[in-house]
Write a protein that binds this ligand. Structure first.
Ligand code: 9WN
Length: 437
């Protein structure tokens, strides 16, 4: 395990990853990308902290502390914490769109910092636990776990109560940006019901930095804006929106984080058994609600439309991460990942974000086909958890190779590894460091 006082690394892959994390560090947190995403993002920071712990456990703790300091009183952790020194037009939607300090007042948005009002996948308790383990002495000395625990517990409480919109115990996302895979074909049907905001009513900043054909369309953006504006105008009250989806990756990360929270509770002197039991119960609910045995994949459930979405997304493979999955479910998921729909071991270098055989597949358009490094990291971890060591090793090798040759890209063509979107991307660099250790 590398600590700050280890000799400087000489491996170019390691050196390059460190350089990206240095360049993206603001002093209190790390931006996903200097140009495209110049603020702090929630699940990015969790993945970034997981890598940063190998470089500087203190910085990794600070990353998570900065994010959790922006938590709302109702428990939600906002998906963006805005940097006040960045010009308003550098990213859309900016703080004047979200208006957290006024529209979010009833939900307890912080007064001192501007945030968005939606959330992202709950990778945080897992990140806090892994960061703690990188340097338990420093963590104890700084009271890191004791300070983070009540915030993480409130976060999970928010998701499991206020966001149980389907009534079965799982959390729903109320916006595609919340699940993190913005333009996944899984959202096409539930989004089709949403009337887009007129294109002239907003200005996209992402097109200043990324190729239009790699990004979501204007029509997608119109719907993203409408959903977010409606939520804001309802003062971020939960339960009324047009879009509500139970997503397998979002819930699997919540369950993995609930296991991590149990470990944190145990470290702080409690037993943690109630939390482990809850995680096991949620694993069963996840299977009852979202598992499709015939397809060998977890599906999204459109809570407003009432059914499972008939698309295969990498999101439906992420539950492989869960230790409590029955052996036959694990076997079916591995078959799916290594079969024709995702092509691992026989055509794709990294897991594509969407079904290679799906009608909407596009190897370059964001979450409609390209491979992303955070999901590759989660699958690598899942394979390892379930004893698929040779496959985990091969995926790790491919991850490291493609991360280096793509310049730590945001996402890549799943067949060729060609870089798409931004380069020098935070979680790609951070998770590279994690896999190198
Ligand atoms: C909206 C920051 C984020 C990631 C998401 C990714 C993208 C934002 C955008 O960038 O979303 O949150 O503007 O496209 O889809 O997963 O967290 O890296």
């Amino acid at each position: 395990r590398a600590l700050v006082y280890d000799p400087p690394p000489t491996d170019p892959l390691h050196v390059g990853a460190v350089r990206v994390l240095e360049a993206n560090w603001t002093g209190t947190s790390t931006v996903p990308s200097r140009g495209l995403y110049p603020h702090q993002w929630s699940w990015d920071s969790a993945f970034i902290a997981i890598g940063l712990r190998h470089l500087s456990p203190l910085r990794a703790q600070t990353e998570l502390e900065t994010l959790l300091a922006a938590q709302w009183d109702d428990g939600r952790i906002p998906h963006i914490v805005f940097n006040p020194s960045v010009p308003l037009d550098a990213y859309f939607p900016s703080p004047d769109f979200w208006r957290s300090s006024t529209a979010g007042r009833a939900a307890g948005a912080p007064r001192t910092v501007q945030t968005s009002g939606i959330v992202q996948p709950p990778v945080h308790a897992l990140a806090v636990w892994l960061v703690h383990r990188a340097d338990p002495g420093l963590s104890h000395a700084r009271g890191f776990l004791a300070r983070m625990y009540p915030r993480l517990a409130a976060w999970h409480r928010y998701l499991l109560h206020r966001r149980d919109l389907g009534g079965a115990g799982l959390a729903s996302v109320v916006h595609p940006w919340e699940q993190g895979m913005d333009n996944s074909p899984c959202w096409d049907a539930p989004l089709a019901r949403v009337t887009p905001a007129p294109a002239r009513s907003f200005r996209r900043a992402d097109l200043d930095h990324g190729a239009a054909e790699d990004r979501p369309t204007d029509l997608d953006y119109g719907r993203y804006v409408r959903l977010a504006a409606d939520y804001r105008d309802a003062e971020y009250r939960d339960g009324g929106g047009e879009f509500a989806v139970e997503d397998p990756a979002f819930n699997a990360l919540l369950i993995a984080s609930e296991h991590a929270l149990a470990a944190i509770a145990h470290e702080l002197g409690a037993t943690g058994t109630a939390r482990h039991a809850r995680a096991e119960r949620l694993t069963r609910v996840l299977r009852e609600r979202l598992w499709d045995q015939a397809a060998g994949v977890f599906r999204c459930r459109d809570v407003r439309g009432g059914g499972l979405v008939p698309e295969r997304s990498v999101s439906g493979l992420v539950p492989l991460l869960l230790p409590g999955l029955p052996r036959e479910t694990v076997a079916a998921l591995v078959d799916t990942a290594y079969g024709p729909h995702f092509g691992l071991g026989s055509g794709t270098r990294l897991p594509p974000s969407y079904d290679l055989l799906g009608e909407a597949f596009d190897p370059h358009r964001y979450w409609r086909g390209p491979a992303w490094f955070n999901t590759a990291w989660l699958l690598e971890r899942g394979l390892r958890t379930h004893g698929e060591l040779a496959r985990a090793d091969a995926l790790r090798e491919a991850f490291l190779d493609v991360a280096g040759t793509s310049g730590y890209a945001e996402y890549v063509d799943p067949f060729t590894g060609e870089a798409c979107g931004a380069t020098g991307f935070g979680w790609t660099a951070a998770l590279t460091l994690d896999l190198l250790h």
